[in-house]
Design a protein around this ligand. Sequence first.
Ligand code: GLA
Length: 730
Amino acid sequence: MIVLDQDNRIFTLHTRNTTYQMKADQYNVLLHTYYGSRIDNCDLSGLIQCDGRSFSPNPNEAGSNRNYSLDVIPQEYSTCGVGDFRLPSIELELPSGSHTADLRYEGFRLEEGKYILEGLPGFYSVEDEAETLVISLKDSAAQVTLELYYGVFENFDLITRAVRVINQGTETVRLCRCASLCLDFLRSDLDMITFNCHHLMERCLDRGPLRSGIQSVGSVRGTSSHQHNPFVILCDRNADEDTGICYGAMLLYSGNFEAAVECSQYEESRLVMGIHPYHFCWTLAPGETFTAPEAAMVCSPNGFGEMSRQFHRAIRKHLLRDPYKNERKPILVNNWEATYFDFTADRLVEIAREAAALGIELFVMDDGWFGSRNDDNSGLGDWKVNLEKLPGGLEALVPRIKGLGMKFGIWVEPEMVNEDSDLYRMHPDWVLRVPGRFPSRGRGQLVLDFSRKDVRDHIYDQIKAILCSADISYIKWDMNRSLTDVWSAGLPAWRQGEVYHRYVLGVYDLLERLHRDHPQILIEGCCGGGGRFDGGMLYYTPQIWCSDDTDAIDRLRIQYGTSFCYPVCTMGAHVSAVPNEQNGRITPLETRGITAMSGAFGYEMDLGKCTEDEKRKIRCQVERYKAHYGLIHYGDYYRLSSPFQDNSYTAWEQVSHDQSEVLVNVVLGCTHATSPFCTLRLKGLNPSFQYQIDGTGTLYSGKVLMKAGYSFPQMQGDYPAFQIYLKAIE
Ligand code: GLA
């Protein structure tokens, strides 16, 4: 609910459990007065005290009032070069050469539903499930107006933000920085949590107290990256899954980003999040606008668990798009780890036949089916079937797969090219490369200049021809290197600071075309696993391959970290063979199944090599997953323990909305002889319901299971796991 107090120029955004407030003050500065637990309508600017501080300058309007300084008051969108020395949100290069920005409140408007950002991903509303407030700020000297957008999704405690910059003057200005979100706090006794690591180990949680100065994560790789995720949390020092206030902020963007927090001299703090300023410079001619990507915030007064569940609900309902936000996604088998590049049509059909017999529904042909692609040194860019490998092309192969009762999916990597390809031989100028330099290779490949429409059109035409040549239900959209040598032959020297962002807009453009022309095709995002697992991609690809690391034990960490923002239904997760391809670990099939089941489930192995006993187990897993699909994908997710702590087990849970069904998942680390008995206290149950475990035996009340707990069975061997299903009995 948006509450306006026009006389006092106060804007209050209420969600079910939180309140967010801004106020235009006596000098027309837009103050940020409050964000936290829901409170009544009142003027919260009294929380802000002004006192004379040396070396904190006073704006001209303040006259002789030396107590007022932009350097110490919490603001809604920070300026630069005019008296606030903390993190800026915007930086303008004016025709004079000055690098400043000074913003004053101009007005506001309300819009129905949720605003839409042309060409950019964003949360959307259906039937007035959200409201929009737009506040205008103006830099009069620069003749630049900023529109701050707020989308309020009341039931989800979600507030989205975006910024539009409009050059209303008669001269060109340059935008050197334009954050999507600025969030000031009157305190700095907070912890910052970020999600980091590397290829094969993405989104590992890192937590630490804010310290004086600036702490930041970000990416200058052209993608949101394996190394740091565009999602951060600020929270009470003692916040945990169930208690303490925490603020989650995600950026719906798939390119260079920065999330920085500054702890200032007077123990205030400021989070600024948006496109990374590295090599960002956008030219705005008179009348032109620039739109910064969307950011979204959830504040939870009751710990991380509720914050995550609100993000999950909002992403499922208002970010993922039809048809796959509601339709059940098929269980897939992917041939990558089974064959790599070495396959024939018969071999693929054989894998599909085995899979179909086990109840698997979609066969995905991974890398190696096109051009001269027999290893990863050639072929990218030539999206034509390799007829030596697949005689008769997809026209021959797909009906064979479909004849087994399976759907067919295909791998592509549209943004890339190998030098050994027809495309590169024809258009060497279509890659990102700096004049006079040889571009760096990554995985032996170069990056196509997706900021250029002619390049995108060519790729799209090739992919469209493939999609029209056969009945294809699924695409795995991969991206296997970071951007370097970022320079576009399509833009003049003074616009090169736009290339990184135009590249991302180009990727979104192609994905949007695919979605528009082939809405029934399920697109899975991938970037060497989870190198582009972000809210931006989720708008186009409702699931993303979580990591190239398919080891069940490593996956516990990866999926745990991912779950802080992103719902289970978005995490591509597969059972693969043992010893695991990435780390050589041997885990039981049941453990691999339980871990992968908390995701968009599939198999990535040669099922023909499985024993009859393994096949029987796989058939059971497939049936179990299908039976609990609704609970796993749409249920509420509870983390019961952390794989980062030295617990002997990792446990998590899915609970149906009416609390009548619960799936409890537990994976043990190493086991010991005569180990102590463990009791697991469940969460999110209805205390007065009576639950039966796996359809038999004693009934336990929700209260007992939550307060006293459930006692584990004793288990043996390395990394055993179990799953129990609780059903409330009337
Ligand atoms: C990336 C993906 C893998 C696989 C290979 C194919 O690494 O993450 O799943 O598709 O590319 O080259």
